[in-house]
Design a protein around this ligand. Sequence first.
Ligand SMILES: [Zn+2]
Ligand SMILES: [Zn+2]
Length: 368
Amino acid sequence: MEREEEKKAASEQKKSCVNCGAELKYKPGTTEITCEYCGHQETIIQDQDGFKELELKPYLDEMGSLSHSEEIMILHCKNCGANQHIEENYKSLHCVYCTMPLIIEDAYKEDWILPGAVLPFQFDQKKSHQIFSKWVKGLWFAPNNLKKAALDPEHTKGLYLPYWTFDAQLYATYSGERGDYYYVNVPYTTTVNGKTVQRTRQERRTRWTSARGDVSGFVDDTLVKASHQQKTPIPSKITNWNLDGLEPFNTSFLAGFVTEKYTIPLKDGHLSSNKEAERIARSWARHDIGGDTQRVHSINMSLSEETFKHILLPVYISAYQYSGKKYNFFVNGQTGSISGKRPYSFWKIFFFVLFIVIVIGVIVFLSQ
Ligand SMILES: [Zn+2]
Ligand SMILES: [Zn+2]
């Protein structure tokens, strides 16, 4: 019963235009879906109960076959392994990561744990393309073909990336040592104007005393990526999303964008988050020990009241082939920060170096 209601809530405000029947798409930076033909707009109807934090344990025991999961259509890329989903009907689609054509007939239904929240795109594809073009124009030694390719907005696509976030109550006991600095005067001899003299200098020492205790607190929103991005890792430089902008999940935010389905299971995501929790426990222990410096010998951590969310975060990807090699550029769909691998033009660098050599040659010649 509960599951049915869940399904209905998440799946669907109708996403076709009342005037012309065209598909409505999410308008970045708003809470509207809009018709690109006649301009009709509708406000996205949000559930009243807000974010859905899910209790972790039942999901780890019984992978996702519980409520808060539903089926979506998936297109799997045979080339890079990414699982992609788009909301509306489509005729042709290329893999967002590697530009490989995806075979529509191969789409299949698959269960997924429903996202608990989504960070909607804050600007549209056109704007992301401007950011990208501006960046490319500023690159030194970039091949001219790259600059040409950057002028084709078809190469830039908006993708919602899957992440897991974990919350937990952390408790840890630790043993270690507290180090306090003190200074001693150390005599030494040196030579001044040919004479040997006695001097003293200050040296820092550390006094160690043993320490033990416990720390506790709430670990909020540990973010762990949920897809491998094997051939095309998303550069960490653009992954600074502000999670305060999260909206309760609604498929309307996905309309007009590609969504990637997680390929890293919840269980593995949870293991990564445990490592992060241990790192946090260690830093809390150091803080608790105090002094000028600390050693942590052992830490015994336990987590309780663990919950998780599957969340979707926005990024624009531009995939592009240059002399048989593939390059990607990434723009954070919330902040607009950009990063990417780039090709260099051999000939531009060659002629630049040649130019420098000639200039130096001329200077040397003139100075003689
Ligand atoms: Zn319309
Ligand atoms: Zn691919």
